[in-house]
Design a protein around this ligand. Sequence first.
Ligand code: IPD
Ligand code: CA
Ligand code: CA
Length: 263
Amino acid sequence: MALQSATINVMTAAARKAARGLLRDFGEVENLQVSKKGPGNFVTAADIKAEEVLREQLERARPAYSFLLEEAGHIEGSDKTHRWIVDPLDGTTNFLHGLPHFAISIALEREGQLVAGVVYDPVKDEMFWAEKGKGAFLYDRRLRVAARHDLQNCLVATGIPYTGRPGRDVFYRELQIVTDAVAGIRRSGAAALDLAYVAAGRYDAFWERDLNPWDIAAGIVLVREAGGIVGQIGGAAITLDAPSIVASSEALFDPIAKKLAQA
Ligand code: IPD
Ligand code: CA
Ligand code: CA
């Protein structure tokens, strides 16, 4: 049985509380799907509401900590050495279309280092969590990245840059190179879950460009603590504002990161 620290308890409790509202709103989206106006504004409101709940809960438990929130931005607390990095709803497009694949992502940074991460998928009720030096878990099951060494049998996840964003051409080249080398590609629409799934060995690897700190912070902790590597295309070390991310097992990291760099 994995013993959760007080920090992880705070994070999972906050995620659960925000998830209740998201689940209610997700049910409502299905009704709005058929209305002419569509669920767009409603989803934005659900997203903001979830973020407020997360902020409230985290602040109540750790009043001095700073925040980086997707919607509200930077909030400086009196303790500048600790920062929560929060995406209240990762997978907004899925949510908007009534597709049950989205998550809440919360990471904790201490003195510039990521030390804890929680990614919670409310629909599947899957709570992924990890703490630096203590391992990665799905509830109390220890997670390990997949053991596959041969690219040709690998299942690899990615994200497609949105229309109008730079990097589409290079993405199509990357996609072709990777597609030719592996067993299958998935684009699930929630980067935090893509990373959690790499940690859980469901995906062998994941790459994407132009993500934001809140998309990847918790997932980075999960992958590292599951024995995997997170870096950039080409192989450089990951940072929260890196232009790309690659995550996989140790064995696959170099082959994939270098293949992608050929694009
Ligand atoms: C998005 C998702 C998606 C990724 C996008 C992100 P959001 O986050 O993680 O998988 O491809 O680039 O922006 O907007 O749903 O929080
Ligand atoms: Ca996101
Ligand atoms: Ca989001």
